[in-house]
Ligand binder design. Structure first.
Ligand SMILES: Nc1nc2c(ncn2[C@@H]2O[C@H](COP(=O)(O)OP(=O)(O)OP(=O)(O)O)[C@@H](O)[C@H]2O)c(=O)[nH]1
Ligand SMILES: [Mg+2]
Length: 221
């Protein structure tokens, strides 16, 4: 069997597992977001801030994927949300079966919103459907404005791009307009939010976006 054929089979198996996850989320009425980015772009920090913002408003759960350690789950768990850590043991992304296994621990029916923090990686996570309703990504200003053009798939697949760590804009050579233009050339419908988990800029817009997507999912169910 050729390499191409093997990859096709892997993705086919994943798609079947993703469809089963999606059916489970629909039955439970749970909106699910797959949050992706390169390593260290600020996913966990944003989820810590999100847990604080949404406390008492929606039932938020988090599944977090990392190659090793449960450090991110420990960080998020300190903010009073239910969180489950998945370790891929070397794998560079989550797949739908890993999420299905996590759902044995985190019953989707217990949550209005379930956010999956994917493994930090700007490439592989975008290739795998987890059964989520939306993909969102963070591009932090420390990573360089050339990333949409160089790593196109995640920008193409995402509904929302968060321009993260904007508090650092004065200290880095990052052209936000160029980054957004390149990302929208790949994905004209891409929503963009400027955000800093440090100063709080953009956190209200992020919470509004998330709650609006949750309501739209419920209305369309
Ligand atoms: N200045 C600034 N630093 C930030 C911001 N958000 C996160 N950081 C810092 O960036 C570093 C990485 O943040 P994390 O939230 O761990 O990033 P991550 O994307 O979850 O990382 P991985 O899970 O390892 O991929 C930490 O030192 C954070 O304090 C921000 O908005 N501004
Ligand atoms: Mg993290």
């Amino acid at each position: 069997m050729t390499e191409v054929a093997i990859q096709r089979d892997v993705l086919f198996d994943n798609d079947a597992a993703a469809a089963a996850n999606r059916a489970r989320f629909r039955a439970a009425g749970t909106y699910v977001l797959n949050l992706m980015s390169g390593p260290g772009s600020g996913k966990t920090t944003l989820l810590e801030r999100t847990a604080e913002r949404l406390r008492g408003r929606v039932r938020l759960g988090v599944i977090v994927g990392d190659i090793q350690t449960r450090r991110d789950a420990d960080r998020i768990g300190r903010h009073g949300v239910a969180v489950h850590q998945v370790n891929t043991g070397g794998g560079c992304h989550l797949d739908a079966r890993m999420v299905a296994a996590a759902l044995d621990v985190m019953d989707p029916a217990d949550f209005d919103v379930l956010i999956v923090e994917n493994v930090g990686n700007l490439v592989c996570p975008a290739e795998f459907d987890l059964g989520e309703h939306d993909k969102a990504m963070i591009l932090s200003v420390t990573e360089g404005a050339d990333k949409p053009a160089k790593y196109p798939l995640m920008f193409h697949e995402s509904r929302l791009m968060i321009l993260g760590k904007v508090d650092l804009l004065p200290y880095v050579d990052f052209d936000p307009d160029a980054a957004v233009a390149d990302a929208r050339a790949l994905n004209p419908a891409l929503a963009v939010l400027r955000l800093s988990s440090k100063t709080g800029e953009g956190l209200d817009d992020w919470a509004d976006w998330l709650l609006q997507r949750m309501r739209q999912f419920r209305d369309g169910r």
